[in-house]
Design a protein around this ligand. Structure first.
Ligand SMILES: [Fe+2]
Length: 352
């Protein structure tokens, strides 16, 4: 529950009240009655004058208005107040012959109506009831909004804790393996530089950063003997390793709502532009752009670090290779953005 210091505003005795009637004597008597209840009263002789007063004083919790008035009448005023000041309660004053219209006013959003001549006790009872109802509506809305905010904050916190756990797991796994140590962080850095070059910013850039860091998280489910095999993979071993993008996406599914781009990266970073990649065999622009960016970063880092099955390549050679496979395997725009972002490959943080 919210702190009591955050409690919604409650109408106090000194609240503003606007009395609207073209008869000055009726206004005066209402003002006297309401002042004894502690209200600070304003007066207006017509609907349009009343709107002018409300514009000047801001919202008033309570408007008491006659029905028949020159210029803007009570119904016109009620409509305008409901539209401009939805939290203001309007009580209509009616004569004996106007009860049907008064009922219509209730349908139009009036809080209540009072029959003339008005007695002090009747006025006090109706005003108290109307303001009590208004306070309940405001409190209800406040608690609802506050609850939604708290639920949202807790969901975010749960997601943060989940992410921290996954990031720690990814780093712990990498730390055990000399060949892939630092790979995720470097891929993330390359991908962010490339994405920035392509105009990504804000939350989309954050998605690339995180997606780059977690892109291979699904390898947790791949046997180490397969991951670190020095020679060529058998068809079955290749099938096992090909499962890591889908497995990673499944693991990170709690991020689906807040960070769908991260899931797209994890699932599609091994797709190829010519459709020969996995797991979905997507072609060209059907591959999410975030995944195409990470694929370039991943390919560069894989080539410039030593693997069990081959030695590392010089950064310049790796850039040439990226350009050679641009258009078939990698997105040419992403490759060029990578080259523009890191114009001197020799200075890249390879094999950190
Ligand atoms: Fe991968």
């Amino acid at each position: 529950m919210p702190d009591s210091q955050d409690a919604p505003p409650v109408v106090a005795g000194c609240a503003n009240c606007l009395i609207v009637d073209d008869e000055p004597s009726v206004r005066r008597s209402l003002v006297r009655m309401l002042q004894t209840q502690g209200f600070h009263c304003f007066e207006a002789g017509s609907g349009s004058e009343a709107l002018g007063v409300l514009d000047r004083i801001g919202e008033a919790p309570l408007v008491i208005s006659d029905m028949r008035m020159p210029e803007l009448d009570g119904i016109g005023l009620l409509e305008a107040v409901r539209q401009r000041y939805p939290d203001t309660s309007v009580i209509m004053l009616t004569g004996m012959g106007e009860t049907t219209t008064a009922v219509d006013c209730l349908h139009m959003g009036a809080a209540d109506f009072l029959l003339k001549p008005i007695s002090v006790s009747e006025l006090q009872a109706r005003v108290s009831r109307v303001l009590e109802k208004r306070a309940l509506v405001l409190q209800n809305r406040y608690y609802q909004q506050n609850l939604e905010r708290q639920v949202h904050e807790q969901a975010q916190r749960i997601q943060e804790l989940f992410l921290q756990g996954v990031q720690m797991l990814a780093r712990a796994l990498e730390a055990k393996d000399a060949y892939t140590r630092g790979h995720s962080i470097r891929v993330s850095q390359y991908a962010v530089g490339t994405a920035r070059q392509l105009g990504f910013q804000g939350a989309r850039l954050d998605g690339i950063r995180l997606g780059g860091e977690l892109h291979d998280i699904g390898k947790i489910g791949t046997r180490e003997a397969v991951l670190h095999k020095p020679g060529t993979l058998t068809a079955d071993e290749f099938r096992q390793i090909s499962e890591h993008p889908a497995l990673g996406e499944q693991m990170l599914s709690p991020l689906a709502q807040e960070s769908p781009d991260v899931l797209r990266i994890v699932r599609s970073h091994h797709e190829r532009l010519d459709g020969g990649g996995f797991p979905d065999g997507l072609c060209g622009e059907n591959i999410p752009i975030e995944a195409r960016i990470v694929a370039v970063a991943d390919a560069f880092d894989a080539m410039t670090t030593e693997r069990p099955y081959r030695a590392s390549r010089a950064p310049e050679d790796a850039v040439n290779e990226l350009r050679r496979v641009a258009g078939t395997q990698l997105d040419p725009a992403a490759v060029e953005a990578f080259v523009d972002a890191f114009p001197d490959p020799a200075e890249l943080p390879v094999s950190a």
